[in-house]
Design a protein around this ligand. Structure first.
Ligand code: ADP
Ligand code: MG
Length: 722
C-alpha cells in the first residue's frame, strides 16, 4: 500500500480539536490580551514616561533613551505575569522571513541564585550574530555582528507556546555601519520621507498643523489548505512549497463553485481558532472567505499603519501555519502551489493620512477638498508612471513569477485603474479643466472649477495591478509569500518624490504670483499630460493590452531577472538616496540578495525534481511497464493477438522521463557561475526548462500508471479532500 493511499484513509479518521471560543467567551474579551499596548502602558508606566513614549509612537518624535529603563521594567513585570520566561528581539531579515533570538530573563546573582532582569539597554539594543543572514555584500563574515534596535512604534507582545511564553520585541536589524540588513529599517525611513512631503502639500492647502502623516496598509492574504497527510507525502510541497509534479485533475475550478461559497466546517474551525490567536495579539482579523480555487481561502485584517501592518502580517502568516498544523492541515503561502489552478496573491491596500484627516485619498465635500484629493491622486499617477519598473521589482521573486502574467493575476505591466468617473475627471483636466462629473448629472463648480466628487467609485476592475477603490489604492501584484514591507517601502518612497514635486511646483507658482487655484489646475494638467499613459481602465488580461502598453512605452518586465536590475538603475538609486531610504550600497545589496534568493529557490526545486523523478515517479512507471510487459507476454503465449502499441507508447514516455532526468542532472552538475547574476541566469535558462521537461513526461505517466502504484497524492486528492 502506498503512502498516498494510507494518507487518504488517515484523512477520513481526522477528529477536529476543540477551540477556545467554545466556552462563553466573547471575541472582544481576548483582543489585545497579549499586547503591551497603549492601555497597558498607560496603567503601568509613570505618567511622564508614558507621554514621552506616546510622542514617539504618535508624532514620530525621537525616542528619549532615558525612558528605556522604566519601559523595560514595566514590560518585564507584565510579561512575567503573562508567563513569559524569555524575551526575544524579533527582526525581519532579507530572506523575507521573521527571525528571533531568545534570551532568558534570568541572570545569576552572587549568592548562586538568579533574578529576573531586563534593563533598558537590553530593550533598546541586541546583538545577534548576523553572519548567516543574507546581506548582499554589506557585511563580511569577519564583522559578523548585526544590531537589533527596538522599534517603539510597533507594540511588543507575548507569544504563547505550550512549552513556555516569550516576550517579543519588534526591532530593526542593521550592520555595524548602520546599513539596513532588514525590511523594517527602510520601511520606517520611507514612511518618514513620505510623511514629510505629504505634510508640505497639506500646509499649502491651508492646514496650519496637518499633524504626523503616515501610510496605511491593509493586506489581503490568500492561501491554500491541504490535509497534512497529503502534505507529508509530497516532498515537493514540504521542501519547495509547491508541487513540482501533478497532472491537471478532471475537475478543477471551472464550476466556479468554491469562490465565496460556504466555508467547509473543518476550515471554519481552523479560521475561528486562528482569529482567536490573532485577536490576542491585537491583529484585527476582519474578513474571511473562500477563494477562487478549491482549497483556497483568504483572510484580510483591518488596515493599520504600514509599519505595524507589516509586522502583523508576518505574525499572521506564522499563526496561520501553526494553527493549521493543530487542525491537521498545512497552510500553503506559495504563489502557485498547483499548476493550472488559481494562484495566491497578497493585495496591498494603500492610503495615507492620519486620525484627524482620515485617508487623503477620499474625495471631500467641497471643491477645495476635492482639489486636495486630486493632487494626492495625481501624485500616485506620477509615482506609478515614473517608477513602474521599481514597483514591478518590489514584487519580483522566483515564486511570484509563476503567478504574475498568468491570466488570473495582474500582468507584469504596471498600470493604474481609476474607475470611469475619476478617469473622466482627469481626462477633462488633461484638456484644460474639469467642469463636470460624469455619473452625477448635477455638479458644483467651485472656485477652482473642480467638480464635487461622490465618494463611491462604483466600479471594480480585478485585472489592474494598481486600482483606485474609493478611499485607497490596491496594489495587486504582491505575492502571497512576500512581505508587504518591500512594496510599501517602494510606494512610500515614490510617493515622497511625487509629493515633493507637487509641493515644489505649487510653492514656486504661488511665489511667482499665480493664485493657488490656478497653480493647482496647472499642476494637475501637467501631471496628467506627462504621466496619463499609465492610466488604463480596460482589461489587463487581454493580448491587446500587451500591444497597447508597449505603444504607450510602459515597461513589461516579465520575470524576476528582467525586473531586478531596476533596483540598481541610476534613477532608482538617486531616488532612494535622495529620500534617505537606501544608499547605493544598500540598493546593490538588495539586488544581490534578490538574485541569490532566486537562484537558491530554483536550485532547490531542481534538486527535488531530480530526486522525486528518479526515486518515486520513475520506479512507479517501471513497475507498471513491467506488469504491462508480463501481461503482454502472457497473452501472446496464450495465443491471443494482443496489441503492443500501448506498451510501446508507455515505453516511449518512460524513455522521455529518463532522458529528461539525465538532462536535469547534467544541468545541476555544471560548474557554479562566478556571479550571483550568472547563477540566477543558469537557473532561469537551464534549470527551469530541464525541470519542465521532467514534469511533462511525469504528468503523462500519472494518467497511465495504475492508481495503486502511483506514489504521489494527486491534485484531485490534495485539492478536494479536506
Ligand atoms: P476586497 O473587496 O478588495 O477583497 P477586502 O475586504 O478583502 O477587500 O480587503 C480590503 C482591505 O483594504 C482590508 O484590509 C481593509 O482594511 C483595507 N482598507 C480599507 N480601507 C483602507 C484604507 N483607507 N487604507 C488602506 N487600506 C484600507
Ligand atoms: Mg478580498
Amino acid at each position: 500500500n502506498t503512502v498516498r493511499l494510507q494518507a487518504i484513509s488517515a484523512v477520513e479518521a481526522h477528529v477536529p480539536p476543540t477551540i477556545g471560543w467554545a466556552g462563553a467567551e466573547a471575541p472582544g474579551e481576548v483582543f489585545g490580551e497579549n499586547v503591551f499596548n497603549k492601555a497597558v502602558m498607560q496603567k503601568r508606566l509613570p505618567k511622564s514616561v508614558f507621554k514621552s513614549v506616546m510622542a514617539t509612537i504618535e508624532r514620530g518624535v525621537a525616542l528619549d533613551p532615558l525612558v528605556a529603563d522604566a519601559v523595560a521594567s514595566a514590560m518585564k513585570d507584565w510579561a512575567l505575569e503573562k508567563g513569559a520566561t524569555h524575551y526575544a528581539h524579533v527582526f525581519y531579515p532579507l530572506t523575507g522571513l521573521t527571525a528571533e533570538k531568545h534570551d532568558s530573563f534570568l541572570e545569576p546573582v552572587s549568592d548562586g541564585s538568579a533574578l529576573a532582569e531586563f534593563a533598558g539597554k537590553t530593550l533598546i539594543q541586541g546583538e545577534p550574530d548576523a553572519s548567516s543572514f543574507p546581506s548582499g555584500g554589506l557585511r563580511n563574515t569577519f564583522e559578523a555582528r548585526g544590531y537589533t534596535g527596538w522599534d517603539v512604534t510597533s507594540p511588543a507582545y507575548v507569544l504563547e507556546n505550550p512549552s513556555g511564553n516569550t516576550l517579543c520585541i519588534p526591532t530593526v536589524f542593521v550592520s555595524m555601519t548602520g546599513e539596513a540588513l532588514d525590511h523594517k529599517t527602510p520601511l520606517l525611513r520611507s514612511q518618514q520621507a513620505m510623511g514629510a512631503q505629504a505634510e508640505r502639500v497639506l500646509t499649502l492647502f491651508g492646514h496650519t498643523d496637518p499633524g504626523h502623516i503616515v501610510s496605511f496598509c491593509g493586506p489581503e492574504q490568500e492561501y491554500f489548505l491541504v490535509d497534512r497527510h497529503f502534505f507529508l507525502a509530497r516532498p515537493d510541497l514540504l521542501n519547495a512549497g509547491r508541487t513540482l509534479f501533478g497532472a491537471k485533475p478532471p475537475k478543477g475550478q471551472e464550476f466556479d463553485d468554491h469562490y465565496f461559497g460556504a466555508i467547509p466546517e473543518r476550515v471554519l474551525g481552523f479560521m475561528m481558532d486562528t482569529e482567536r490567536e490573532l485577536f490576542k495579539l491585537g491583529i484585527p482579523a476582519k474578513t474571511r472567505h473562500n477563494e477562487v480555487a478549491p482549497g483556497q481561502f483568504e483572510i484580510a485584517p483591518m488596515f493599520e499603519r504600514a509599519n505595524v501592518a507589516a509586522d502583523h502580517q508576518q505574525l499572521l502568516m506564522t499563526t496561520l501555519k501553526t494553527i493549521a498544523k493543530k487542525h491537521g492541515m498545512e497552510c500553503l503561502f506559495h504563489e502557485k502551489p498547483f499548476e493550472g489552478v488559481n494562484g495566491s496573491g497578497k493585495h496591498v491596500n494603500f492610503s495615507l493620512g492620519n486620525a484627524e484627516l482620515g485617508s487623503l485619498l477620499v474625495p471631500g465635500d467641497t471643491p477645495h477638498e476635492n482639489a486636495q484629493f486630486l493632487v494626492f491622486c495625481a501624485a500616485v499617477i506620477r509615482a506609478v508612471h515614473r517608477y513602474a519598473g521599481l514597483l514591478r521589482a518590489s514584487v519580483a521573486s522566483a515564486t511570484n513569477d509563476h503567478r504574475l502574467g498568468a491570466n488570473e493575476a495582474p500582468p507584469a505591466i504596471i498600470s493604474i485603474f481609476l474607475g470611469d468617473q475619476l478617469a473622466d475627471v482627469f481626462e477633462q483636466i488633461a484638456k484644460g479643466r474639469a467642469t463636470s462629473s460624469k455619473s452625477r448629472g448635477s455638479m458644483v463648480i467651485g472656485v477652482d472649477t473642480l467638480p464635487v466628487l461622490p465618494t463611491d467609485p462604483g466600479d471594480r476592475n480585478r485585472t489592474s495591478p494598481f486600482a483606485f477603490t474609493g478611499n485607497r489604492f490596491e496594489f495587486r501584484a504582491p505575492g502571497s509569500l512576500q512581505t508587504v514591507a518591500v512594496p510599501m517601502v517602494t510606494i512610500n518612497t515614490i510617493m515622497a518624490e511625487a509629493l515633493d514635486h507637487c509641493a515644489t511646483e505649487l510653492e514656486t507658482a504661488v511665489a511667482a504670483g499665480t493664485d493657488f487655484d490656478t497653480a493647482v489646475q496647472d499642476l494637475l494638467t501637467e501631471i496628467i499630460a506627462t504621466h496619463g499613459a499609465v492610466v488604463f481602465n480596460g482589461d489587463g488580461y487581454s493580448d491587446k493590452w500587451q500591444v497597447e502598453a508597449a505603444e504607450r512605452g510602459l515597461p513589461n518586465l516579465r520575470t524576476t531577472l528582467d525586473a531586478l536590475p531596476e533596483l540598481i538603475s541610476e534613477p532608482a538609486m538617486e531616488l532612494f538616496e535622495k529620500y534617505g531610504v537606501f544608499n547605493h550600497r544598500e540598493m546593490h545589496s538588495r539586488y544581490e540578495v534578490g538574485l541569490e534568493q532566486y537562484a537558491l529557490t530554483i536550485g532547490v526545486e531542481a534538486r527535488l525534481t531530480l530526486e522525486l523523478g528518479s526515486t518515486s515517479v520513475l520506479p512507479a512507471a517501471v513497475r507498471h511497464q513491467t506488469e504491462a510487459a508480463v501481461n503482454l507476454g502472457a497473452l501472446k503465449s496464450a495465443g491471443i493477438d494482443a496489441d503492443a502499441a500501448p506498451l510501446a507508447e508507455l515505453t516511449g514516455t518512460v524513455t522521455d522521463l529518463r532522458t529528461a532526468l539525465g538532462a536535469l542532472r547534467a544541468a545541476l552538475t555544471t560548474e557554479p557561475a562566478e556571479t550571483a547574476l550568472g547563477e540566477a541566469e543558469h537557473a532561469r535558462d537551464e534549470l527551469l526548462p530541464a525541470m519542465a521537461a521532467v514534469r511533462a513526461a511525469a504528468d503523462v505517466l500519472e494518467g497511465v500508471v495504475a492508481d495503486d502504484l502511483w506514489p504521489l497524492p494527486t491534485y484531485q486528492e490534495m485539492l478536494f479532500i479536506l
